[in-house]
Design a protein around this ligand. Structure first.
Ligand SMILES: Nc1ncnc2c1ncn2[C@@H]1O[C@H](COP(=O)(O)OP(=O)(O)OP(=O)(O)O)[C@@H](O)[C@H]1O
Length: 335
């Protein structure tokens, strides 16, 4: 049966998630596309394509069409979205004909970047596209009382951007968005290993190191990990052992930038709302919220309680989906 429906999309730099009002999260895939360089045909999307990163023969390339939370390659993003919409329709057991889509954008995105996201979703088959700022979606997804006149502080550490916002009475009171997040941490790990060991490692190895032995907190029980790469001197494969203290050292600059963004947002907070922050604290969302020791480190640095959202990787998608109800109500009342 063909039917018009409504979905929420978290079009993330690292992951793309689709939320349906009735079924919750119906799709969660890495934002990666494998394409044939010659025919320009899309060969795989999502985890299948991610597995190909850095391992494909010359003819096939695995690309991430989003960078820093915005579209870096418009055509590939549109192709990826078409595939994603098809899979979503299959999961919903129906043809997803001209859906209404709510999609998030980083709060620091320019009007051109926002327009590109809107156009790409329309080209992929949507009838209507509504944009929502990522921290607002994250706060709704984390079940914060965003409509109440109280300060809700969200720190969303994703792949491409970190968004920090104070939301009260349904609006953003203060916000900072920086293009430093998980991808930048991976890049710093690659550079650290290159500089200190003359070893070239790939993005996937760096991400694995970050997830397994990456600590935000300086004081922790040391962990180690064996990693493999290509020796830049001999050109041969080599295995080295890296410790979690070295990882902390590699990532510290970026972590400090994230801390600065949080501090700057809190400093902009109107005094009447500051008391709420002391009581209610800050909520962490996005994949970065899962980093080892981040909760303890941040609460020590900003001296307010820090909480991790129940499903940090899904918060933004849940929030975009839930905001559909609000938009439907607005559309009905406007008729
Ligand atoms: N356990 C973990 N520890 C540290 N980082 C993690 C962990 N799990 C996931 N990540 C990182 O979180 C990032 C992905 O998070 P998320 O899915 O929230 O980003 P995104 O929404 O795709 O990106 P953006 O919001 O910037 O567009 C990746 O960089 C990933 O490596």
């Amino acid at each position: 049966m063909l039917t018009t429906t409504e979905i929420g999309i978290d079009l993330g730099t690292a992951n793309i998630l689709v939320y349906s009002k009735n079924k919750g999260i119906i799709l969660n895939e890495p934002s990666v596309v494998a394409i044939d360089k010659v025919t320009k045909k899309v060969l795989a999307v999502g985890s299948e394509a991610k597995d190909m990163i850095g391992k494909t023969p010359g003819k096939i390339i695995a690309v991430r069409p989003l960078k820093d939370g915005v579209i870096a390659d418009y055509d590939i993003t549109t192709d990826m979205l078409k595939h994603i919409m098809k899979i979503a329709a299959r999961k919903l057991g129906m043809s997803l004909r001209k859906p209404t889509v709510v999609v998030c954008t980083p709060s620091g995105a320019t009007s051109v970047e926002r327009r590109a996201i809107q156009d790409a979703i329309k080209s992929a088959g949507a009838k209507e596209v509504h944009l929502i700022e990522e921290p607002v979606a994250a706060a709704i997804g984390a079940d914060l009382p965003v409509d109440e006149p109280t300060a809700n502080v969200v720190v969303d550490i994703g792949g491409g951007t970190t968004e920090v916002a104070i939301i009260s009475f349904g609006g953003v009171v203060s916000c900072h968005s920086i293009r430093i997040a998980g991808d930048q941490l991976d890049e710093e790990i690659i550079q650290y290993v290159r500089k200190n060991y003359n070893l070239l490692i790939g993005e996937r190895t760096a991400e694995k190191m970050k997830i397994e032995i990456g600590y935000a907190l300086v004081k922790h029980e040391e962990e180690t990990m064996d990693i493999r790469g290509r020796d830049l001197v001999t050109g041969l494969p080599k295995t080295i052992t890296v410790s979690s203290f070295q990882m902390q050292d590699a990532m510290k600059e970026s972590l400090l930038h994230i801390l600065e963004a949080i501090r700057a947002t809190l400093e902009d907070c109107p005094p009447e709302l500051s008391g709420d922050i002391v009581d209610r604290g800050v909520i962490l969302t996005g994949g970065g919220a899962l980093m080892k020791g981040i909760q303890e480190w941040l609460s020590q640095e900003i001296v307010v309680p820090v909480h991790i959202a129940p499903s940090p990787l899904e918060c933004v998608a849940i929030g975009t989906g839930k905001s559909l109800t609000v938009i439907s109500k607005l559309m009905k009342s406007a008729k």
